[in-house]
Design a binder for this molecule. Structure first.
Ligand code: F6R
Length: 239
């Protein structure tokens, strides 16, 4: 595990964007595993800027997103498909047909389809992750075992609480979601997790400076051979 400590969110975003840009430059047809949420937005903005300046080319990149809320259509403004178009895909020269987000409306066959898609790509070259306040990655919530492939999960109250800021009330936050499993994530050749802010400090401490346990799903990343934690001073303030 390598840790890059940054001054603040902006520096964290720049460093993360540099790591992703290097991947695209070295392997123009790479498969990027992407995340939603507040943590990666700054990195996406930086990537979009470099792309608009002609410094970065997404034309051959393929992407697979981590997760999607159950029941939300891709045009719902809180769906992760919508988030990705709004925050990245509409601003870079990626072929939208090469982007993939799990479907929130296709039912249980979706899990098998999504895992086959990742397998057919030959796996993920670089997986970008955020960190839940409860230590989740994707929507792999604390449990008594690690999940394997893509599956449907019941969201914990702490996750629904953390995500209610995007909805008009907590009642509108879906109770379930589809997520890549921990095995899917661990099989990525490189994993980069971004974390910022004091509200992530406890989760960072438990996940990367404590025992590996499914109670803190991100802790399994300690075993990954090429895992980079990019975190700001606040997120690292308890270690
Ligand atoms: C999003 C995802 C989640 C978030 C995590 C942190 O696709 O998989 O695991 O990365 O909940 O969210 P933010 O960045 O909003 O704090």
């Amino acid at each position: 595990m390598r840790i890059i400590k940054t001054k603040d969110y902006d520096e964290m975003s720049r460093v993360t964007a540099q790591i992703i840009a290097s991947e695209i430059t070295l392997k123009p047809n790479c498969v990027l595993g992407l995340a939603t949420g507040s943590s990666p937005v700054g990195a996406y903005q930086q990537l979009a800027k470099w792309c608009s300046e002609g410094k970065l080319d997404f034309s051959q990149v393929h992407s697979v997103n981590l997760d999607e809320y159950d029941g939300l259509t891709p045009d719902h403004d809180q769906s992760y498909a919508y988030f990705m178009r709004h925050n990245l895909f509409d601003h870079v020269n990626i072929d939208i047909n090469n982007t993939n987000v799990p479907s929130g409306i296709s039912g249980d066959n979706e899990c098998e389809r999504y895992d086959k898609l990742i397998k057919d790509f030959g796996g993920i070259d670089l997986q970008l992750l955020g960190l839940g306040v409860n230590g989740h990655i994707g929507f792999n919530e604390p449990d008594d075992h690690f999940s394997l492939g893509t599956h449907k999960v019941t969201l914990t109250e702490s996750t629904r609480e953390a995500n209610k800021r995007f909805f008009s009330s907590i009642d509108e936050v879906p109770t379930h979601a589809y997520t890549m499993g921990v095995r899917d994530i661990l099989q990525a050749r490189r994993v980069v997790l971004v974390a910022n802010g004091k509200n992530k400090a406890e989760a960072v401490k438990k996940a990367f400076f404590g025992p590996v346990t499914p109670e803190v799903p991100a802790s399994i990343l300690q075993y990954h051979q090429d895992f980079i934690l990019v975190a700001d001073e606040d997120a690292l303030s308890l270690v």
